[in-house]
Design a protein around this ligand. Structure first.
Ligand code: BG6
Length: 511
């Protein structure tokens, strides 16, 4: 196979990453799973790579009682799980900057304690009030914390600072429907400026998702083809092998449409289909994304069955072992109708994409983890080869694989060596990790670094969140009224057949 190499050229000089400036973190929900699995490990990786400032500290807040020392030990233990060969000295330095405050999120006392401790630590670590408040708590606590931060003026900068230097990070879900998303935004904007709000969608931190922009807008050969004249359809698939992972309380009230489709999938769609932004500045990119989302053809409640299907996993076999169905999972209410699989067919009503179907599908408890975007080009108009009918000439596809390994695959037709004219599929494959010889960074690392640098490009803006909810409201309403049968697929399935309700030739099939 031909070897593909990334050529390191003089532009390498421009790729030196910018280190963050002085930052004090205040994390709500500090002892939670997300904070331990993603936040601290990513911050540590940035610290190890010298991308954190030496003027840095982190205050964890939560209802559990911890001493500073016990909190540091818990953080250390979790970092060692993911990186057991790390330099002990470095890790000790890192966790020495961690502090803990326990308290009730609805009581003013906790916020006064935060005020006192940040003042003390700003002096100790030479900070000028640059701060990131990170909400790693269940969404029902968002409004309480936002109100308290606002009332106690904790989001206001120090005398010499600028408003953008005090930031708030919130995790999805941003509301559970259009009304609640608007209420949340109103509450946020009562106290903060949009320039202070960083809504995390971790899919936007994934390398291949960002690479889509370079691929589309730094190569001149594909963009002329990137439209309805050459592309037949586009698929965005996120298959997961995991099930609920002890999150039944959250998941059963969400389902796949709210958990994955409203955010990760529509954001990826926007990256694939948006018009070229004027520049890579945060608002240029986010304006184009919002414009694209606004162009998606709305689906009315009585059209939902034509454009969306939902499913739930039943009992099945995973990794050769019997696996229970969703209804038998711990914490799932009897008879729950929550969907663990959703597929939708969307159209974008604009000049570029008119009548090109976009198939978006996601499901839990499938045979394997696979996230990919597949662009299928139109068939050649005529076969001039005696040996092949038109149907025997497969369409070209360009596939961006986001997980498990990040890469890009272009399928072409080529002549098989020999005297006869025979065709063969030729796959040009690029595995980023192999080509660039580096481990792909965890999405949170990129997003946390951007947040410390004050770059909002990869964070979701208010308008995009609300447009996405608006689009999906008829689907949520139709499903709430039980307007559509819930299909069942076996846990561990590699093919989900009920999808032929949407389109036969694009069955969701994991090879
Ligand atoms: C989260 C969802 O946003 O994304 C989870 O809440 C899902 O249900 C996860 O499992 C998938 O993320 P990743 O990065 O593992 O594909």
């Amino acid at each position: 196979m031909a070897k593909i190499e990334a050529k390191i050229d003089h532009r390498e000089m421009l790729c030196v990453e910018t280190a963050a400036g002085p930052t004090g973190f205040v994390v709500f929900g500090a002892s939670g799973d997300l904070a331990h699995r993603k936040l601290y490990t990513s911050l540590y990786e940035l610290y190890r790579r010298e991308l954190m400032s030496q003027c840095f500290y982190l205050i964890g807040c939560g209802r559990s009682q911890y001493s500073h020392e016990a909190f540091r030990e818990a953080v250390k233990k979790n970092i060692l799980v993911s990186d057991h060969t790390t330099d002990e000295q470095k890790l000790a330095e890192f966790i020495s900057r961690f502090y803990y405050l326990s308290g009730d999120y609805s009581q003013t006392q906790l916020y006064q304690d935060i005020c006192d401790l940040t003042t003390e630590l700003d002096a100790k670590y030479c900070l000028d009030g640059n701060r990131i408040f990170y909400l790693s708590v269940p969404p029902f606590l968002y409004e309480t914390i936002i109100e308290k931060l606002g009332e106690l003026h904790l989001m206001c900068p120090a005398a010499s600072g600028q408003i953008e230097n005090v930031r708030l990070v919130i995790e999805k879900p941003f509301g559970r429907d259009l009304d609640s998303a608007r209420r949340l935004d109103e509450k946020l904007l009562l106290y903060f400026d949009e320039s202070q709000i960083y809504r995390i969608d971790h899919y936007l931190g994934k390398e291949t998702v960002q690479n889509l922009l370079i691929f589309r807008f730094a190569n001149s050969i594909f963009e002329p083809l990137w439209n309805r004249n050459f592309i037949e359809h586009v698929q965005i698939n996120i298959a997961e092998s995991v099930g609920l992972e002890h999150r039944a309380g959250y998941y059963d009230k969400s389902g796949a449409l709210r958990d994955m489709f409203q955010n990760h999938m529509l954001q990826m769609l926007a990256m694939v289909a948006m018009e070229p932004p004027v520049s890579f500045a945060a608002d240029s990119v986010r304006d184009e994304k919002a414009k694209l989302l606004r162009s998606i053809r709305p689906v009315t409640a009585n059209q939902v069955d034509q454009f969306f299907v939902r499913g739930q996993y039943g009992p099945g076999v995973v990794d050769g072992k019997e696996a229970r169905g969703y209804l038998a999972e711990e914490g799932v209410p009897t008879g729950s109708k929550t969907e663990t699989f959703v597929a939708g067919k969307l159209f974008i009503d604009n000049w570029r994409w008119k009548d090109v179907p976009f198939y978006l599908r996601t499901g839990k408890r499938l045979s394997r983890k696979l996230t990919e975007i597949i662009i299928t080009f139109k068939q050649v108009p005529h076969s001039m080869f005696d040996t092949s009918d038109l149907v025997d000439i497969p369409q070209n596809t360009l596939r961006f694989q986001i997980q498990p390994n990040e890469g890009m695959y272009l399928s072409l037709q080529a002549k098989r060596p020999g005297s006869k004219i025979c065709m063969s599929n030729l796959d040009m494959a690029v595995d980023y990790q192999k080509v660039f010889g580096v481990k792909m960074p965890e999405a949170y690392q990129r997003l946390l670094l951007d947040c410390m640098l004050g770059d909002q490009t990869l964070f979701t803006r208010r308008d995009s969140v609300e447009i996405a909810w608006q689009l999906l409201m008829p689907v949520l309403e139709s499903w709430r009224n039980d307007g559509q049968k819930l299909n069942v697929y076996p846990a561990g399935a590699s093919k989900v057949n009920f999808l032929d309700k949407i389109e036969k030739e694009t069955l969701f099939s994991l090879k």
